[in-house]
Design a protein around this ligand. Structure first.
Ligand code: BMA
Length: 304
């Protein structure tokens, strides 16, 4: 009998709009990291004006989170690259006190870019670059450089009739990106689902980079967002070595099936604990945040 690789926390959701210090529409898709004995979630929060803003919630035990009184004091964009909505932040630790955040800047498919910020304390945020070329999101920075270049996943858009998949790009300075290459598996493009995108910051293991990603199925009644995992070559992270044929997380409860966008589980993080447990804080129906836990070894073994 097949068993689940990830177990959902019994008291999910761990965050919903009613837990926020002011009236908001939705709380979802957090980036998450452990910093100085605190768990930090940088959440997408949609305020009553329908704008997605990044808002931090903090926790000592990883289960009970307290949101800050206000959203993050987000650095202004350059005047020639305006942004309204900011969402889906992925937090990569570069050194003890340097964290780089890649996020989606603006909503529409054609105008969305990958913005990049830096912080050392999760209070002050500094802009590294305004944004990538238009029509790109799901930017996720690897924690290590390769051949002296920063490495990121991204997902350039095709269009809804010819959707795009995960790519890997390189940069000397986090501003100029290139050498872009789509993921491949056994010499062919790796295309899993109707569309797909990187999720968590990749985890370095002795079997390869472990990446938890979302894959989208199209039904006669809309999309379903679910999670899977793959292992990537440590030398060439565009090369998939193995992946989970089965979903590892999917919408099944009310808080994942009803909300701004129904039938969505979506992640921007995976935190590895010292005992080998992995915590994944995931957006549920673009409205709530759930927690799922599993063993790093089990997720790796499921990638065949
Ligand atoms: C994706 C992103 C996510 C969102 C998901 C489902 O394209 O916009 O922020 O959770 O769609 O709506």
């Amino acid at each position: 009998m097949k068993t689940r690789v990830l177990t959902k926390y019994e008291n999910n959701p761990i965050m919903s709009p009613e837990q926020m210090p002011q009236e908001v529409l939705y709380t979802f898709n957090p980036g998450a990291i452990k910093f100085k004995n605190e768990y930090i979630m940088m959440m997408d929060v949609t305020t009553l004006d329908d704008i997605h803003r990044i808002w931090i919630a903090r926790s000592h035990d990883g289960y009970k989170f307290t949101p800050d009184p206000e959203p993050v004091n987000w650095p202004a964009p350059d005047p020639d690259h305006p942004e309204t909505c900011t969402y889906d932040p992925r937090i990569t630790q570069i050194s003890e006190n340097e964290f780089i955040i890649l996020y989606a800047s603006d909503l529409s498919q054609n105008d969305v870019r990958i913005g990049i910020l830096r912080t050392s304390d999760f209070v002050h945020f500094e802009r590294v670059c305004t944004g990538s070329e238009l029509g790109n999101r799901n930017g996720v920075l690897f924690p290590e450089k390769r051949d002296n270049l920063y490495v990121r996943f991204d997902r350039p858009f095709g269009n809804e009739l010819n959707p795009s998949y995960m790519w890997v790009s390189y940069s000397p300075d986090l501003v100029f990106w290139g050498k872009s290459k789509p993921l491949s598996y056994e010499g062919k493009p790796f295309r899993d689902g109707y569309k797909m995108g990187a999720g968590a910051v990749p985890i370095k293991t002795d079997k390869g980079w472990l990446e938890i990603y979302h894959t989208v199925s199209q039904t006669c009644n809309g999309f379903i967002y679910r999670l899977k995992a793959c292992l990537l070559d440590l030398e060439d992270p565009s090369r998939v070595i193995g992946y989970t044929r089965d979903y590892i997380l999917w919408p099944e409860h009310d808080y994942e099936m009803k909300g701004r966008v129904a039938n969505v589980v979506f992640t921007c993080n995976a935190i590895v604990e010292e005992d080998g447990t992995v915590k994944i804080y995931y957006g549920a129906a673009d409205t709530n945040i759930g927690l799922a836990e599993g063993r790093l070894d089990d997720i790796i073994s499921a990638c065949v």
